[in-house]
Design a protein around this ligand. Structure first.
Ligand code: SF4
Length: 265
């Protein structure tokens, strides 16, 4: 409803629809969480990957097919040349997610947005897919925005983290600063909810209550009904994203107390 989306110096909200279409896929691409519902079930994966090259790069079908095989090899799909004719349902969940990554990489975008890319996968496959994404990101020098609920995944992959609550950024900082000492009670609650191997025998912490209905966000700080540090001001005023230091911000009136009161994670 407002603001700007700056990408390589341009505000995407000000682009015309035609210009925006050129940005999508070619300059930035997206990986969704459920590969099975994102892929077309009646086209082979080769056709779907190849389409990126016939439509955006004007290649022939033959050229597009060999590009599709190249991409499948790049995301380490075994026997790519044979499997290029297979349909999405013939692949495992992890392999399908690799195909989604291949599609996102096809036009070598400057930025990939990955929305919960590993949620539907089991833990071992999850780690393989994340490793692959991180490796390709380094190799190709792309930006990667990872949207996730999994703070364990973030710790391995991200340089910077922005914690969101009720549609707003409540804390943003270099990833290690956040894990060392969160400056927002919500971030602290999320970190405290991660099971730790060195703390066996005690009950796992859970943030009380439920996330708010976005149509009825509580007045003041949206986190106040669930926050163990809430004071009167939190129920009436919205905390601005205050500067904690040059590289870090927190939308909490009491970020100093939060920082002081934390153990390191
Ligand atoms: S502003 Fe108040 S309610 Fe919101 S996170 Fe900070 S202490 Fe909690």
């Amino acid at each position: 409803t407002g603001g700007e989306i700056l990408f390589q110096g341009r505000d995407l909200l000000k682009l015309k629809e035609e210009e925006r279409r050129k940005v999508r896929g070619a300059e930035m691409a997206m990986i969704f969480q459920d590969a099975l519902s994102s892929l077309n079930p009646v086209l082979s994966v080769g056709e779907q990957l190849g389409e990126m090259f016939t439509v955006h790069r004007g290649m022939s079908r033959k050229q597009a097919r060999s590009k599709a095989i190249e991409l499948m090899e790049r995301v380490r799909i075994p026997a790519a040349a044979e499997r290029v004719r297979d349909y999405p349902h013939q692949f495992s969940g992890g392999m399908r997610q690799r195909i989604m990554i291949a599609m996102a990489l096809a036009l070598e975008p400057a930025l990939i947005i990955a929305d919960e890319p590993t949620t539907a996968l089991d833990v071992t496959v999850q780690a393989q897919v994340m490793d692959l994404l991180a490796e390709l990101q380094r190799e190709l020098g792309m930006g990667l925005i990872l949207i996730t609920h999994d703070l364990g995944v973030v710790a391995d992959v991200a340089d910077r983290i922005a914690v969101m609550y009720a549609g707003r950024i409540v804390e943003t900082a270099p990833v290690h600063d956040i894990y060392k000492a969160p400056a927002h009670p919500y971030t602290k609650g999320l970190l405290d909810s991660i099971p730790r191997l060195d703390q066996k025998g005690s009950e796992l912490y859970a943030i009380k209550g439920l996330p708010p209905n976005l149509m009825h966000i509580p007045p003041g700080c949206a986190f106040n009904p669930r926050c163990p540090m809430a004071q009167d001001i939190c129920r009436t005023e919205v905390p601005p994203l205050a500067e904690v230091d040059a590289d870090r911000g927190s939308a909490c009136f009491f970020w100093r107390e939060c920082l002081d009161g934390t153990d390191s994670h």
